[in-house]
Ligand binder design. Sequence first.
Ligand SMILES: [Zn+2]
Length: 313
Amino acid sequence: MLPVLLLVWTLLGLGSNPLATDSPQLCPLTKDHFDYDPRGSTVSSNWAAISSCCSSPVRQSPRDLDLSAIPTQYCSRPFSIQYHHSASQQGLLYNNGHAPNIDITTAYPAFLTGVPYAPDDKYVLVGIHFHFSNGSIGGSEHSLNGSKFDGEMHLVHYKEKYGSMANAVLKEDGLAVIGAFLVKSLEQIEPPKRPLDLLLEYFISLTGFGKAGGVNVALDVRALLPDRLDFYTYAGSLTTPSCSESVRWMVLADPLAVNPSSLDILRLLPMGADDDRLISLFSNVRDLQDNPQPVETNFPCWIQDVDSNPSSN
Ligand SMILES: [Zn+2]
């Protein structure tokens, strides 16, 4: 009788821990060259040559998030993230050739608490960057029920107790990344503009390249996000080399609307100071990965509006 009960228990998922059960592969940060050129040797399908983590079968990102495939017991999980002193952040905004970036430079960076499976730990914000395409294909890294969005914003945090990104990337719970889908709004919103549009407009003022060509900006990080922080969460990886499997992903359920002109600004950013090609030429989007780790939500899966209507934020 006991084995039968154990089988039922397991089939119902009641006794299973949705955390990763296979050992993640952890790889140090790398400065080795990579790109997204499908004709090149350093395209994403060949990134394993740069870092072995990129071919790990354990928990690679990005992935599709299929709401219909999430078992009921993994929905409405009691996860609630909060930002702390996020309103007065300073950042260096620049183009590194792979993505538009904002490095947080303020002495007291914003931090997150309430990260799933580490709710009492502080995760310090280090940077924000953007993924997108030229518009002919989806520009988001993750997809939702098989559908891509126009772009995706990533807010990258490391666990404070590990001291730095370099150390945290070598821990399976070292990083927490918020992903937010971007959707081109149907009409240009004139002032007062959304905080995210105002931020993206700074990229048009870049005259140089790399950090040396960056501009200093002030930003309210929380104001960039929707009011309601419903999210999908799973154990995953960095989506660029080293692909270290150190990331707790939280992908927001509500996409963010941005002005058409904001997307155009991103799509016109060049790959390099001496390279006129645009980042959007090949998109800065990694292929979807087969990640076997369970996906959970902090919202009821059965009433969530899963179409691609952008939020009003
Ligand atoms: Zn990213």
